[in-house]
Design a protein around this ligand. Sequence first.
Ligand SMILES: Nc1ncnc2c1ncn2[C@@H]1O[C@H](COP(=O)(O)OP(=O)(O)OP(=O)(O)O)[C@@H](O)[C@H]1O
Ligand SMILES: [Mg+2]
Length: 507
Amino acid sequence: MTPLVTFRDVAKTYPNGVVALRGVSFAIAEGTCHAICGENGAGKSTLMKCLFGLEAPSGGSIEIAGHPIGADHSPRAADAAGIGMVHQHFSLLPSLTVAENLVLGREPTKGPLIDRAAAAAEVRRLAQRFRLAVEPDVRVGRLSVAAQQKVEILKALARDVRLLILDEPTAVLTPQETEELFERLRHLRAEGLTIVFISHKLREVRQLAEHVTVLRDGRVTGDAPITDLDDATIARLVMGRDVRAVHRERRPATGPEVLRVAGLTRGASDAADRLSDITFTLHAGEVLGLAGVEGSGQRGLVGVLTGLLRPERGVAEFLGRDMARMDTAALRALGLGHLPADRYAQGGARTLSLADNAIGDAYRSGALGRWPLLSRKAADRRAAELIRAYDVRATGPRQALGALSGGNAQKLIAAREFAAHPKLLIADQPTRGIDIQAAAFIRARLIELAEQGSAVLLISADLDELLSLSDRVAVMFAGRIAARLENGPDLTPEALGPYMLGLQAAA
Ligand SMILES: Nc1ncnc2c1ncn2[C@@H]1O[C@H](COP(=O)(O)OP(=O)(O)OP(=O)(O)O)[C@@H](O)[C@H]1O
Ligand SMILES: [Mg+2]
């Protein structure tokens, strides 16, 4: 049988001299789910961009169903060949509605106007067909990341694709949402769809894929049926060596109180921002893990704690000072660190250099406006230090953040926030999209910060991570704290499930 896609000696050197692919050869069989694994910067996204026509290979060839792609390959040609791609970073327009995003570029019209009813009907039809529930008329910017992910996938599926490329689709999903998505994907595969699945999570790769290709530093280090390789072997092929898991020794909180939240309440049209009587304290040196299905109020809580949202009732005190009276800049000056879940929208500026991202208060504006006199040299030096300390794969401080691989961009933002030694660190999905080794590194730094006296509020959809790092765990459901639990060997991801789903409460 002819494979659906064949890569032959594909090479890619970016214009800035970075060699991303050094002769990649393997094939993707039709009707299978084919996983691609590899550490941050290994070349996974680059290879898929070549297949999708977003980047031109510098050498080698790619065949789709036996036909070599031409020099004029483009996303339009990929589309015509039946290839859909869900990108690692969202490409939706936040100010448009779900329906507008989905039909963008091929809008149904009624006279000179877009036929909104027809667009909404098409979205409903798609949502039904692929069983990915989305609301057509909501603006995308108001959706949780999980909901945005669904819209991205629907958008790719909307054009009758035969090959669907998913570049880390589950990085932003909860275990339940991931399971649902996998259910849909298995179904689509049974109907003949071929799926390329890029993920750092071996457990998921095993659940979905029958074949795996491992890339390291732009080369294929493994290519085999998934059942031929055990986890340790895949990890070694990914990394070139073994990794060890990080675990925190739990100690009772004895440090002074850093954060006190009492009765925080606010209404909001979006459930993700709604809070109902949230009460907890956080001490220096303590890690409080916040579990919960995404959209259960975490975003509202983080918004209040970072000065972006105001509560209607209740108080939040940071080192004894009322947070409602301070804006983000004042909070940061007092020692607040924030690693946002949406690193690109909130954490960094893609078009700016690593140096600008590493120093500036890029937290909101991403601009250097507040530091007009800052010396370039000092900025470059600072960036170079962070790049070295966090093993960010980059050509240097002047490279644009957007030219880094997804995981490496995140490492840089984490480095900036951690290096400031915040008194309170809000770490929202700190290892999302980061490879196994870098994730272990970030977790070790988080533990180190806590040991040096930072109070850490850890929000993570990765429950294994949450339980391995936290002293205490609070579970959010529907804007409330549904449970407050001491962490210990008896606390498992399964035990958190009923609280996360609102079936049980212990607050
Ligand atoms: N637009 C670009 N310009 C220059 N270099 C780039 C560009 N995009 C990616 N690179 C570089 O190419 C290499 C491979 O990046 P790629 O995004 O393919 O990695 P990846 O395997 O997808 O990693 P991740 O798991 O972090 O997403 C990296 O060294 C990266 O810095
Ligand atoms: Mg990538």
